[in-house]
Design a protein around this ligand. Structure first.
Ligand code: PLP
Length: 419
């Protein structure tokens, strides 16, 4: 880490990895297998971060490694169409039929900024409505009250984002329909898109109230505004078919990432055919990428989605529920204010009694207790997200034995943390 700090800001390639949210020094990872990772000092951890979401099959799954080996023998990048990108796109569309047409990119940030460009082009409007605590990548328009690493570092917005651009981004509290209605009335016919994480994972785990997403759909329609579901994190995690299946609400545009790349750099944006046909070269909205649709990344995505059957998805979801119920039980027995929830293979918890419905609620949780709990868990071989404002993830490799072991260790960790 000393050498890394000489080379990289904070010694890391992405801010939250630096453990600033919990204090102390990050460990340096050497390898992973299944539900476990090992650091360069030989310590073993049960991993609930899973590369921040992509590894729904766990670390180094045989089917993904086999697909990568077989694919790379034929070359690593071509910059010309391949059959692999068509196969992965068909698999995505089979599970998310509303994603009629899509474009592969290499990061979630690219996906959301491109979807916003399509929305602005289609509507001829400039404003964007997002929610406090939702993170949509680091493109300028989204770095306004953006949750995740930005919140962990206590930055309301990032310097370097031109004020004129930030002024085009409106924010409302998550789960607050009245606030959305008021903003949309105030900026009548000027809002290009409402973008939302259907379940927030970047302010901790915050599910939508049952009425929230349907209300966003209705309000968007009333105002000729497009609805964008940012499913970079929730896609193939909260339900087999994503938010449309989980909540019965369909977005006009959807962004995907993480799981669809099976641990390699892939993301996508897609949706209604009339919208996506406006993207170059079919239409005038320009967006391009040297490594977009990269064959290795496509092969990892195909292998991952092939393995992630409905049965497997449900099994992982069931074990995630067992983890969350176990955590609730531990906190209740120890008399610690606690709330926890999950959707599919995504989960989260806060040290606070009442359920969390917004980022403002999340901020009232006991962050100091979280920090002590995080380190006590890490010392016992459980790696939780190093911030109170991040969701956790499970994988196919987190079996009953791993969940039981995790709960034993976290029971002891909580006892130490609250002492
Ligand atoms: N959108 C959401 C919901 C995310 O969780 C993230 C990353 O965590 C992004 C967008 C940005 O993706 P990337 O880090 O691949 O740029």
């Amino acid at each position: 880490m000393a050498r890394a700090r000489e080379l990289f800001p904070g010694g890391v390639s992405s801010p939250v990895r630096a453990f600033r949210g919990v204090g102390g020094e990050p460990f340096v990872v050497e390898r992973g297998a299944g539900a476990r990772i090992w650091d360069v000092d030989g310590n073993e951890y049960l991993d609930y971060v899973l590369s921040w979401g992509p590894l729904v099959l766990g670390h180094a799954p045989a089917m993904v490694l086999d697909a990568l080996r077989e694919t790379m023998e034929r070359g690593t990048s071509f910059g010309i169409p391949t059959g692999l990108e068509v196969r992965l796109a068909e698999m995505v569309r089979a599970r998310m039929p509303h994603v009629e047409m899509l474009r592969f990119v290499s990061s979630g940030t690219e996906a959301t900024m491109s979807a916003l460009r399509v929305a602005r082009a289609h509507t001829g409007r400039d404003l964007l409505l997002k929610f406090d605590g939702c993170y949509h990548g680091h493109a300028d328009s989204f770095l306004v009250r953006a949750g995740s690493g930005v919140a962990t570092l206590g930055l309301p917005n990032s310097p370097g984002v031109p004020a004129a651009l930030a002024a085009l981004t409106l924010t409302a509290p998550f789960n607050d329909v009245a606030a959305v209605e008021a903003l949309m009335r105030q900026h009548a016919d000027r809002v290009a898109a409402i973008i939302v994480e259907p379940v927030i994972g970047n302010a901790g785990f915050i599910p939508p109230d049952p009425a929230f997403l349907p209300a966003l759909r209705r309000i968007a329609d009333e105002h000729g505004t497009l609805l964008i579901f940012d499913e970079v994190m929730t896609g193939f995690r909260i339900a087999f078919g994503g938010a449309a299946e989980a909540f019965g609400v369909t977005a006009d545009l959807t962004t995907l990432g993480k799981v669809i790349g099976g641990g390699l750099p892939v993301a996508a944006y897609g949706g209604r055919r009339d919208l996506m046909s406006q993207v170059a070269p079919d239409g005038p909205v320009y967006q391009a990428g040297t490594l977009s649709g990269n064959p290795l990344a496509m092969a990892a995505g195909i292998a991952t989605l092939t393995a992630l059957t409905l049965t497997l998805h449900d099994r992982i979801a069931q074990r995630t529920r067992a983890l969350v119920e176990g955590l609730r039980g531990i906190a209740a027995r120890q008399g610690v204010p606690f709330t926890a929830d999950c959707a599919g293979s995504m989960f989260g918890f806060f040290f606070r009694t009442e359920p969390v419905r917004s980022f403002a609620d999340a901020r009232t949780s006991d962050v100091e207790l979280f920090k002590r709990f995080f380190h006590a868990a890490l010392a016992r071989g459980v790696y939780l997200a190093p911030s109170p404002y991040e969701a956790g993830f499970t994988s196919a490799a987190h079996g009953d034995a791993e969940i039981t072991l995790t709960l034993e260790r976290l029971d002891a960790a909580l006892a130490e943390a609250r002492a």
